[in-house]
Ligand binder design. Structure first.
Ligand code: PLP
Length: 496
């Protein structure tokens, strides 16, 4: 009997639902137990471990054509996937710049996937949730209630959204209709040399070209040099080019520096430029009492990119783009084909659809995990967690500064500490730059491979260093003592 005939005879037709809901319920309960155990005991495991060589083979199997019981799929996950995480849930993970996630955030993602709402369009409650979350973000950065915004995958996308509106608003012609070819002169964007690479991608995607991103030198605190910015602008204007935007960074990725936001706001106002802030790291740090003044200038921005999956520990992915001028924002992205016309009643009612403010049409209900996380912890606790990370960074810098074989490589910005092992008491002739690079790389590899800790690395003024970015609500003071004692042990054993 065919499936069609079955249907006609009232026999239940196949779907992707479980045949036995009771079994699926039991499996679901097991998964929740396993997930909670996993996070409850995370500190007992290595931060990271290399994947066994043969593991790759497991992921070369043929594409499945026939069904497999869900619990067998789950067993494969337990065996081959769960034991080899990136490590960023661990208290001694301080690489790049990442959040830890939380269990409620993970459960919220499960609920959001269960509802499976699409935030591109439509008249349903998820829109209210995202609208509220975006309103909270405006409050955090000091933006007016009329500003617009949306959640996106991360700050890379949020910067692209903000810079798109900047370009379209500042170009002086209709970029959407005519394309960049219609322009008389080259459009330029300014930022410091410490700018995050995603902004370069954005500038390239916007058709401006990498050369149009002017990288202005920084001072000793890794903040943009305002004098150099002013003279670069003057020179470019004299050459007949068209400056449109300055990107300030609130929390640079290398050292956590905050550009002088009020100075840049004044400068942009005076020069008629769009003021964009890349606040992937530091925008949410307005929740730290001691940083409110330094971040106040952010509220004068035209657009801001921020991340919730970093210092707010919402599980990946969660970023947010905010734009002061709602109409300009909408004018950059809104397209209304017949199949997306907004109605006054029913499922298609409602004026504000998030797809009119960004690149993507289909959008996940990521707002739920942000909404639930903010309610669970409240901004005061988030502020305390960030404040503690900042104090831990100072504590770590202190440990570095009293140790003769360790050298601090940059002023500590926010929660980021850059330093390296540099033996001064060595009886051997002094190590040169490339020896020091190899030595510190080896220390880093061993820390990671032994599962002790996961810092990352960068190069500052041509010098390789270890970089500890403490966006971690699980790190305890003793974790930093252990880091330093292990680095000293490794450094010593590698230089005898
Ligand atoms: C992480 C980061 C980004 C990119 O954000 P994603 O969320 O990874 O897309 C942009 N700017 C800065 C300063 C960052 O630290």
């Amino acid at each position: 009997m065919t499936d069609l005939e079955n249907g006609q005879r009232g026999v239940k037709q196949e779907s992707l639902d479980p045949e036995n809901w009771g079994e699926m319920r039991a499996l679901g309960h097991r998964m929740v137990d396993d997930a909670i155990n996993y996070l409850e005991t995370v500190a007992e495991r290595p931060v990271w471990q290399p994947m066994p060589d043969q593991l790759g083979k497991e992921f070369e199997s043929a594409m499945p054509t026939e069904p497999m019981p869900a619990d067998e799929v789950y067993d494969e996950f337990l065996k081959n996937i769960f034991p080899y995480p990136m490590g960023n849930t661990h208290p001694r993970f301080w690489a790049w710049y990442m959040g830890n996630g939380t269990i409620l955030g993970a459960l919220a993602d499960f609920l959001s996937a269960t509802m499976n709402s699409n935030l591109g369009a439509g008249n349903h409650v998820a829109n209210l949730v995202e609208t509220q979350v975006v309103n909270w973000m405006k409050e955090i950065v000091g933006f007016p209630a009329e500003a617009s915004g949306l959640l996106v995958g991360g700050a890379s996308m949020a910067n692209l959204v903000g810079l798109t509106v900047a370009r379209n608003t500042q170009a002086g012609f209709d970029v959407r209709a005519q394309g960049l070819q219609a322009g008389q002169s080259k459009l330029l964007v300014y930022a410091s040399t410490e700018i995050h690479a995603c902004n370069q991608k954005a500038v390239e995607l916007l058709g401006l070209g990498t050369d149009s991103l002017r990288r202005i030198p920084v001072n000793d605190n890794y903040q943009i040099d305002m004098t150099a910015l002013a003279s670069a602008l003057e020179k470019d204007r004299k050459a007949g080019l068209q400056p449109i935007c300055v990107i300030a960074t609130a929390g640079t990725v290398n050292t956590g520096a905050i550009d002088p936001l009020n100075d840049i706001a004044d400068f942009c106002q005076r020069e008629g430029l769009w003021f964009h802030v890349d606040g992937a790291i530091g925008a949410v740090a307005t929740l730290v009492d001691g940083l409110k003044d330094q971040l106040a200038g952010m509220s004068r921005a035209d657009s801001i990119a921020l991340d919730l999956h970093k210092w707010m520990h919402v599980p990946f992915e969660a970023g947010c783009a905010l734009v002061r001028d709602r109409q300009g924002h909408r004018d950059s992205f809104s397209v209304t084909p017949a199949y997306l016309t907004q109605e006054v009643r029913g499922l298609s009612a409602g004026r504000e659809w998030f797809s009119d403010y960004g690149v993507e049409l289909s959008r996940s209900f990521r707002a739920l995990k942000v909404w639930m996380s903010l309610k669970e912890h409240g901004t005061a606790r988030y502020g305390r967690m960030m404040t503690r990370n900042i104090e831990q960074a100072k504590y770590l810098a202190e440990l570095v500064s009293v140790e003769p074989n360790l050298q601090l490589m940059a002023p500590v910005g926010l929660d980021i500490v850059c330093f390296r092992y540099q033996p001064l008491d060595s009886t051997k002739p002094g190590l040169d730059e490339s020896d020091l690079e190899s030595l510190n790389k080896e220390i880093l590899f061993r820390l990671q491979e032994e599962g002790t800790a996961a810092p990352s690395y960068t190069t500052l003024k041509g010098k390789y260093c270890l970089r500890v970015a403490i966006a971690n609500h699980r790190s305890q003071q003793a974790d930093f003592d252990l880091l330093i004692s292990e680095i000293k042990r490794l450094g010593k054993s590698l230089t005898v």
